[in-house]
Design a protein around this ligand. Structure first.
Ligand SMILES: Nc1ncnc2c1ncn2[C@@H]1O[C@H](COP(=O)(O)OP(=O)(O)OP(=O)(O)O)[C@@H](O)[C@H]1O
Length: 585
């Protein structure tokens, strides 16, 4: 466990529950002394009886009784307090984790497999991070106690000092073993997630239609079972290896303990040590064995805690690095948004190459291109969900990275193809497009078509949406799109309005109406804020109205200009336009 990780867990505990945390820290050395004192007390009692020394007998009995009682009660207090601490501080960590995940301005942590792995390791596990962290204190306590034991044994014979050292291989082996289990868990996390995803597919109504038609339910259940089997087998193999390593460590210690007793008996027979010393060695040795098991448990918890605390730190750093910008967004766009030499990849091959593009203030810009050509990715970069690998995006000359992400977000409105189906009241589902005005939805609902949806719901805009609630109403694809479009109308003064194929589920008449209303809104934004409207569409009747049409191909901009210019150029745009026009003739 590295220092930064210990500091994270401890500082979280000290921040939220200082008194309890200090109590646990203070108890650590005291509980390390108690077992040694008990063993010494017992030696004094035996020697007191055999030599007839009353002070030795009484002193020994008092010391053994007091230290034993303190050890018993103290350990119980620590157990209870550690549990309470985990129960109180854990949820605070969970809240922090959820806040970071939910409010991070970028979204790469939700899309990259590696990040999802890391999040899975800590999601909802704040309590375990703390309780495992507390195991660090238990480890310190046992290591201290082993040191005290070494001193007591060294006083009897120098060779005996090695007895606690035989606990070290056991400790190291258990650390290796815990690391092994952790590594297996991390390696098989993907199996776990895939299995859960498949299970969700089998049980969710959204995928039920295709599964039934393709009769692939049993096939998917089989894959889920196979994944589960692979994960269980991998965990079983590492558990077996761990048991072997742990047993080896324990056997090594038992051999050393027998040797120590043998040596002490010989010393006692030779008169070099008192008979009570034999009891001291036997008690200390017995304690070491008991403590060893505790140590193995504590170390494995610490290793686990370190892994979780590491992911916790990673998430915190990611959150902090994504929220560095502090400058306010312009009230009104004067020049526009400029992309210079922008390259981007999702971790694999590049998805956008050397993008140079100027979106002038007030323009309506259409992005055109084949599926997978990079249109949505470009939109996500402009929204600040991702950062370019190289190159810059500037807003009126100011780097997007320098702008306060929340402020920039407040000036963007967007409707996406893969819209969110919020399980809220219908009106709220629109209102969350601009939280401070969540109930001021009339205008947006009218413009985006949600008003027509409300008219057909049992309680109008007060109807609960979504099947997760018993009284929830499920909407059709087109109705959900109208809700999403209305949500996108909530912000009244955007600098960037994005429509990323949000009308695919609408009929032609509804789509026409939506674009007419958007065009009207775009003209208003143009006047009021110099706002840019960005359309992603495959429908050329919509695209041709844009002031600037940008054609993407495999992540490259291959053409840009007005509809007339691109037709004149007779390139890819003209070809695609011709194909679609011919299809409608
Ligand atoms: N989250 C992701 N992780 C990895 N690769 C992705 C991700 N999203 C998109 N891609 C890849 O990036 C490329 C561009 O995808 P993008 O969604 O930007 O295309 P698009 O032009 O919007 O396509 P469409 O018209 O189908 O919506 C594709 O090759 C796709 O496979």
């Amino acid at each position: 466990m590295r220092f930064a990780e210990i500091r994270t867990v401890l500082s979280a505990c000290l921040r939220h529950r200082p008194a309890r945390t200090w109590l646990l820290i203070a108890m650590t050395p005291l509980l390390a002394i108690a077992p040694g004192l008990t063993a010494l007390g017992l030696q004094w009692v035996v020697d007191g009886v055999l030599t007839g020394s009353r002070p030795l007998l009484v002193g020994g009995a008092l010391a053994a009784a007091a230290a034993g009682a303190f050890g018993l009660a103290g350990n119980r207090v620590v157990q209870v307090q550690a549990g309470l601490l985990a129960g109180e501080v854990g949820p605070e960590l969970d809240k922090e984790i959820i806040r970071w995940i939910a409010t991070m301005p970028t979204t790469s942590h939700l899309e990259e497999t590696a990040s999802l792995h890391r999040i899975e390791q800590i999601r909802g596990l704040g309590q375990r991070i703390v309780s495992f962290g507390v195991s660090g204190l238990v480890t310190v306590q046992i290591v201290l106690w082993l040191g005290i034991t070494a001193v007591l044994l060294a006083r009897i014979h120098p060779v005996l000092v090695v007895l606690p050292l035989f606990a070290v291989p056991s400790m190291l082996l258990s650390r290796v073993a815990s690391g092994k289990i952790e590594a297996t868990r991390a390696e098989t996390a993907e199996h776990n997630r895939a299995q859960q995803h498949l299970f969700a597919m089998i049980t969710e109504s959204a995928s039920a239609k295709e599964l039934r038609l393709g009769r692939s339910g049993a096939h998917i259940a089989g894959i889920a079972r196979h994944l589960r089997g692979q994960r269980d087998a991998a965990l079983w193999r590492s558990t077996l290896a761990v048991s072997g390593l742990t047993l080896t460590g324990s056997l090594l210690f038992v051999a050393a303990f027998i040797g120590a007793l043998h040596l002490t008996v010989r010393l006692a027979l030779a008169g070099d040590v008192s008979p009570g010393t034999l009891l001291l060695v036997a008690t200390l040795g017995g304690q070491i064995r008991g403590q060893l098991e505790l140590l193995i448990f504590a170390v494995s918890n610490v290793v686990r805690s370190a892994g979780m605390a590491r992911q916790h730190l990673w998430l915190r750093d990611l959150y902090q690095s994504a929220t560095t910008g502090t400058k306010p967004s312009p009230v009104r766009l004067r020049d526009g948004i400029t992309l210079s030499g922008v390259n981007f990849s999702y971790g694999g091959p590049p998805v956008l190459h050397d993008i140079d593009l100027h979106l002038a203030a007030g323009q309506t810009v259409a992005l055109v291109g084949d599926h997978g050509s990079g249109k949505t990715t470009l939109v996500k970069l402009l929204c600040g969900f991702y950062r370019p690998a190289t190159g810059t995006i500037t807003v009126d000359g100011e780097s997007l990275d320098e702008l306060d992400p929340a402020g920039w977000r407040n000036r963007i409105t967007a409707a996406f193809q893969d819209l969110s189906r919020f399980p809220f009241l219908a009106g709220e589902s629109v209102g969350v497009g601009d939280l401070p005005r969540i109930h001021d939805i009339a205008d947006a609902a009218e413009r985006g078509g949600a008003a027509q949806v409300f008219d057909r719901l049992p309680q109008g805009d007060q109807t609960q949406l979504g099947k997760s609630f018993s009284d929830g109403v499920e909407l059709s694809g087109g109705q959900w799109q109208k809700i999403a479009l209305s949500r996108a109308f909530m912000r009244s003064t955007p600098l960037l309005a994005v429509l990323d194929e949000p009308t695919a589920a609408l009929d032609a008449a509804s789509e026409y109406e939506v674009y007419q209303r958007y065009a009207a809104a775009a003209r208003r934004w143009q006047q009021e804020t110099g706002g840019i409207t960005l359309l992603v569409s495959h429908r050329f009747a919509t695209i041709r109205m844009a002031d600037l049409i940008v054609v993407l191909d495999h992540g490259h901009i291959i053409e840009q200009g007005t509809h007339a210019e691109l037709i004149e150029r007779a390139g890819r745009y003209a070809h695609l336009y011709g194909l679609q026009a011919a299809a409608y003739q």
